[in-house]
Design a protein around this ligand. Structure first.
Ligand SMILES: NC(=O)c1ccc[n+]([C@@H]2O[C@H](COP(=O)([O-])OP(=O)(O)OC[C@H]3O[C@@H](n4cnc5c(N)ncnc54)[C@H](O)[C@@H]3O)[C@@H](O)[C@H]2O)c1
Length: 253
């Protein structure tokens, strides 16, 4: 399926949760939601940077709730999403975008390092989704999106934690998309459909790849489209956000 952003739910005044919002793609998506007039709860371990993002979001018509949290920590993740539910209420959309990619071989990586990356990517996806699941059911629906990657469906050397973490969120997405159909909850995975200029890319792209990278803000329209979805629309798909504001979606169910 290919398309341009389609309208469904009105976003003004609605709640968005965006993880990894301090920089990179999460920052761009947070600003796009603020521009739609959403109340954006932003989670990141870089609490120092989140205050500036929150001010920018307020200056363009949104409201912002910056939450400094280490999403590798289960109790801290739970406390952060509880705080969102208490202060903002039920999200229309949850974007789990925070991730960490440190390339290490099987000989190098320790169990603690493996768990750290897996917890940010997969454990936090579970904790945040579980926390919003019943509230979304009670609200009549919602939209959940996990950031995937080529690493969500292909193998890459020395991604001993990131690779299975991204496969894991695609698996969780497929399972919850099926369960969410009865409750009008859309669950999808999203990938950057273009090379993006972010701190993660800066650490991992080759100089050749950096020649064509684009501002992640160009990919934001697909995330606005995803925020408007429920289970009668796009669900169970991997959506590639393109730099021209369009998107491609593959049905994974
Ligand atoms: N950059 C790419 O080319 C690319 C390609 C495919 C998929 N992705 C995915 O897109 C998403 C965004 O990527 P990006 O390039 O903007 O990454 P990034 O590293 O630039 O930003 C990720 C954000 O997550 C935050 N974060 C990291 N660890 C955290 C923790 N323990 N707790 C809370 N927050 C934490 C970081 O502080 C940062 O603000 C990621 O899920 C990534 O895997 C990126």
């Amino acid at each position: 399926m290919t398309g341009s952003p389609a309208r469904r739910h009105e976003l003004r005044g609605q709640v968005a949760v965006v993880t990894g919002a301090a920089q990179g793609l999460g920052y761009a998506v947070s600003k796009a939601y603020a521009a739609e007039g959403m109340r954006v709860a932003m989670m990141d371990i870089r609490g120092d940077l989140l205050q500036r993002v929150a001010s920018e979001c307020r200056s363009i018509g949104g409201d912002a709730l910056p939450l400094s949290v280490d999403l590798s920590d289960a109790a801290a993740s739970q406390a952060a999403i509880d705080s969102v539910l208490e202060q903002y209420g039920t999200p229309r959309v949850l974007i789990h975008n925070a991730a960490l990619l440190i390339t290490r071989s099987m000989l190098q990586i320790t169990l603690a390092q493996w768990r750290h990356e897996i917890n940010i990517i997969l454990q936090a996806a579970f904790i945040l989704s579980k926390a919003v699941w019943k509230p979304m059911i009670d609200a009549g629906g919602g939209s959940i999106v996990y950031l995937s990657s080529g690493s969500g469906y292909r193998g890459f050397i020395e991604e001993v934690a990131y690779n299975p973490g991204k496969h894991g969120v695609e698996g969780l997405m497929k399972c919850l998309a099926l369960e969410g159909k009865a409750f009008n909850i859309a669950v999808n995975a999203a990938t950057p459909g273009a090379p993006i200029n972010t701190p993660m890319s800066d650490s991992n792209y080759t100089e050749e790849q950096k020649k064509t990278w684009v501002d992640p803000a160009l990919l934001a329209p697909a995330f606005v489209m995803l925020a408007r979805q429920d289970a009668s629309g796009l669900t169970g798909h991997r959506v590639a956000a393109r730099a021209d504001g369009s998107w491609d979606a593959v049905d994974l169910l």
